[in-house]
Design a protein around this ligand. Structure first.
Ligand code: SF4
Length: 394
């Protein structure tokens, strides 16, 4: 038997209807509010949900696939390893730990062959895994279940094609985010040069370096080894642009504009057209949740609570959007209310957890909006809604 046949590509199992597999994440309260037009009128105020929130198609597919794997191997007794968080939500990862899934840390998955044996099952999370880890995984001969999202795989394919067409790639995203770590590994494996910029200021800085043909030293001083695999800017005179799938769509379009204007200044319109490629890879689910969040926030709520994992990129961006419109707080779950009068949240500047007081305005009735990222389970949203309603009624 050839090595390829002994270690087949990860299988993408047909997933049964999501609603049959995902009942553990449901909330009756959320269902009732949705049926009532996304408004919950209670003594003390009104609580609003946006028209789109919570699990996206990619997350549902990944979780349903892992649920099915757990059910199947409860019978066979096979050990199940998850190669990183299935999605960025602590409640969901804890749920699968309780189902017996062993979650490998980033350090452990670097040495995946020390943990996973041929008779085990390994699950690739929704973000994918770096190519070198996937190769080591296949070499173990274990069963591999790939839950990576189709939108993420489309991003990889487009970026790899751009490399084959002779472009270096600008990834607008966070260099240490699970999805972008995989994107970088694939671009490097394709022989491409990449640079990751996390903010519009970084994009402006990169453009200035490219058009002024700055030397490699200046480039490397501005973009460290986590952000780029290139030693100089030579390859970046032809630039393809993608975004991590969960970035702000509005920022992604600004990135395109900043890069285009810089290249037009340097090489003229036709030169820019020839040297630039752009693919709007922010996924539809992210765009839809951001648009729905803006609609809710623009309606003028007194307060907005954004519910999701603190590590969740799409939820962090919902919080940033909401903060532009309203008094907003980012919380992980109903535990945020654990201290009377105080709210457990995070300072995104310092990445440190903080507790804030005076977060709940005293006047009644109060209008409160709730946003939830694509990785936020409705059961957690429901618990937040219930606790908030208790506080408004008190
Ligand atoms: S947020 Fe988008 S890219 Fe991420 S899992 Fe959902 S659909 Fe896929």
């Amino acid at each position: 038997m050839s090595a390829e046949r002994a270690n087949p590509s990860p299988r993408r199992r047909p997933v049964p209807p999501h609603d049959q597999r995902l009942s553990a994440f449901d909330s009756e309260l959320v269902d009732r509010i949705r049926a009532a037009g996304n408004v919950w009128r209670i003594e003390g105020g009104e609580i609003f949900l946006p028209r789109a929130f919570g699990f996206c198609r990619g997350v549902k597919r990944a979780l349903a696939s892992l649920e099915e794997t757990c059910d199947r191997h409860r019978r066979t007794g096979k050990r199940i390893f998850l190669l990183g968080q299935i999605i960025h939500n602590p409640w969901v990862n804890d749920y699968f730990r309780q189902r017996g899934v062993q979650l490998l840390s980033n350090e452990q998955r670097q040495r995946v062959e020390e943990h996973v044996r041929a008779d085990d099952c390994a699950v690739i999370p929704a973000f994918g895994v770096p190519l070198e880890i996937e190769q080591h995984l296949r070499a173990t001969g274990c069963e591999v279940v790939d839950t990576s999202c189709g939108d993420v795989r489309r991003l990889w394919l487009w970026a790899e094609r751009a490399v084959r067409d002779g472009f270096a790639v600008l990834v607008f995203g966070k260099a240490d985010h699970d999805e972008t770590v995989v994107t970088k590994s694939r671009l490097a494996a394709a022989g491409g040069s990449y640079v990751v910029a996390n903010s519009l200021d970084q994009v402006r800085c990169l453009c200035e370096l490219i058009v002024s043909r700055a030397d490699g030293e200046r480039f490397r001083a501005a973009f460290g080894p986590q952000a780029t695999n290139a030693g100089s800017l030579d390859a970046f005179q032809r630039l393809a642009q993608v975004s991590q799938t969960t970035m702000l769509y509005s920022d992604t379009m600004k990135v395109r504009q900043i890069v285009h204007e810089a290249f037009v200044r340097a090489v003229g319109q036709s030169g820019a057209d020839e040297r630039l490629q752009f693919q709007p890879t922010v996924c539809h689910a992210t765009q839809d949740r951001q648009a729905a969040a803006v609609e809710l926030c623009a309606a003028g709520p007194d307060l907005v609570l954004v519910v999701g994992g603190f590590q969740s990129s799409n939820t962090r961006n919902l919080y940033r959007l909401a903060s532009e419109y309203a008094r907003a707080y980012f919380i992980e779950d109903a535990e945020a209310f654990r201290t009377a009068g105080r709210l457990h949240t995070i300072d995104l500047e310092t990445e440190k957890p903080v507790e804030v007081s005076d977060w709940l305005p005293a006047r009644r009735p109060l209008r409160v909006g709730i946003l939830a990222g694509a990785s936020s389970p409705e059961i957690v949203v429901g618990q937040v809604l219930q606790k908030l309603a208790d506080l408004l009624r008190a």
